[in-house]
Write a protein that binds this ligand. Structure first.
Ligand SMILES: [Zn+2]
Length: 246
């Protein structure tokens, strides 16, 4: 465990101001779910899955389910990325994971129902950055088309890992927005309480040849900090209040 003192120090030196988001349905908002798959979330499911129950990941799934249910109830658009790799194409520096057609490359049990919802677009991707992973052979981009078709102004992003797939997607989406490729998208918002990253403490990493330590709390925070620095908004609370709808 990284000591509380270090985490507090990091949060003081690299503060991330967080707001609350109230969803009323007035602003076209799309939900982007990143890699809520067994291979990253379900205990013992694979090389990159948690080996023991992990609270940050459990909390992320609970919050994701709550938000996804609210979006489906209101028929608001959802775009769900699923990490999915060809067995013969490695993704260094990671060990084999989320091979297409396996349990690892499926949504977690609590979110499997999303596959049958009409407002959900599912995109299987074979790279870290979902924006790049949305490019089709003909050069079109499924995510760009989703924003345009649904006239999305706000993309609410959550999932795993805060400092890897979430961060890369957010960075690319912001660059694409700034290049006017994502009109009418205005804001990319990261929901911190529904994001998580993996835990590889220093004392464990030292026992694995070539492994890079990845303390969960620290890296989650750094992911949020960098996302904010790139121009994302970060919220720590999402209130779904369609009662406020006109
Ligand atoms: Zn992958």
């Amino acid at each position: 465990m990284v000591s509380e003192k270090i985490i507090d120090l990091l949060k003081t030196e690299l503060p991330v101001q967080q707001e609350s988001l109230v969803l009323t349905g007035e602003v076209a908002t799309g939900l982007v779910l990143i890699d809520l798959v067994n291979g990253f979330c379900t205990v013992g499911a694979g090389n990159l899955a948690p080996q023991v129950p992990n609270k940050q990941i459990e909390d992320m799934i609970d919050e994701s389910v709550r938000i996804a249910r609210s979006f489906c109830k209101n028929k608001w658009p959802i775009f769900a990325f699923i990490d999915s790799h060809h067995p013969d194409i490695p993704e260094p520096p990671y060990p084999p994971h989320c091979i297409a057609g396996t349990e690892e490359s499926k949504l977690v049990p609590a979110l499997e129902w999303l596959e049958n919802e009409p407002n959900v677009t599912i995109r299987r991707k074979d790279c870290i950055d979902g924006f790049l992973g949305s490019i089709e052979k003909d050069g079109s981009n499924v995510f760009v088309d989703w924003v345009r078709t649904n006239q999305i102004k706000v993309a609410l992003v959550l999932g795993i890992c805060t400092d890897i797939c979430v961060l890369d997607f957010v960075g690319s989406a912001l660059s694409a927005r700034n290049r006017r490729m994502l009109v009418p998208l205005e804001d990319v918002i990261v929901y911190s309480e529904a994001c998580a990253t993996y835990d590889l403490p220093v004392y464990v990493a030292q026992t694995i040849e070539g492994a890079i330590a990845h303390p969960q709390e620290l890296m989650h925070h750094i992911g949020l900090y960098i996302a904010k620095g790139r121009g994302a908004k970060v919220v720590s609370e999402v209130i779904c209040d369609t009662q406020l709808m006109p």
